[in-house]
Design a binder for this molecule. Sequence first.
Ligand code: SAM
Ligand code: SF4
Length: 326
Amino acid sequence: MTDNFGRNIDYIRISITDRCNLRCVYCMPEEGVESVAHNDILKFDEILRICRVLAKNGLKKVKITGGEPLVRRGAANLIKQIKDIDGIESVTITTNGVLLTEQYHNLVGAGADSITVSLDTLDREKYAQLTRRDEIGRVLKGIALAQKENKVRLKINVVPVYGLDEKEIVSMVNFAKDTDTDVRFIEVMPIGSGTDFETVTEDDIKKVIEKHFGKLTFYSEKRGNGPSVHYSLEGFKGKIGFISAVSHKFCDSCNRVRLTADGHLKTCLQFEAGTDLKPCLRGGGTDADLEAELLKGIANKPKSHRFDEKDYFENREIRNMSQIGG
Ligand code: SAM
Ligand code: SF4
């Protein structure tokens, strides 16, 4: 599938719920967001139908996200069913890890191609402040299990929001030492609650890593679905990655669209642009109608985000990241 700027779109991030068992400060307000009514959330059959139509048109990679995807019953089974669709090459999941211990073997059984756990700090108090829940113990247990079993590639995503804390960066990087776990640093994006936070830049984090671990060597092989850039460190089995949408804009090579839990095809993180697919899905639309809606939405994907223009507000996304899926 190609958009009007010639970009090949072969990756979709699907939010399967807008609910979450954490309340990360840069993602959701303390009181949560008003949940979409149960009936307005796409059923798994509707998600599968969208995936089948997209796969016929070149979709290869799917990421399951949320809210917290593991709070929705049957998430692993959905992964298995998406994996069975012709043309789909990889199905991955991003989770906060709170329910990972309970769900790990289901995810392995479903054939998930990677599990990404979001964890921004190893300090219990800071974690509780940042997520507004005291759950770090369960997350660490899930990560330890996934590293020990090592049946699915594990990645840890870190959004450093408390400034440049050397000690924290060092502990996070150490997750990549003894197992093939990638640790990826993500710049906070000015979306929803994220607008209140200053990002720590890739270049500053790299300086800290090189000071403690030696030279970061660019790793040219592909490790993920999209824009992360990876580096090796001598003596480390995993790689260190950076996803820097603000300081190192990657819109020219953007290969993705998003599907919100309530059925909105979202074509750029920053803008509301996209298509509400529910009228077609639930109003008797045929697969050909659905395909036409999807391809039209994809063709009109905006050229780039405008995060750097602080006073650019036209058509700007007002949802929080928990409703979009990251
Ligand atoms: N609940 C799951 C989790 O936390 O991994 C999946 C959904 S969460 C919205 C997906 C990713 O988005 C997480 O890694 C989270 O850290 C990231 N995220 C949320 N808000 C963000 C923001 N404003 N800027 C950058 N990343 C953000
Ligand atoms: Fe929930 Fe993930 Fe958002 Fe944190 S980042 S509030 S875990 S959806």
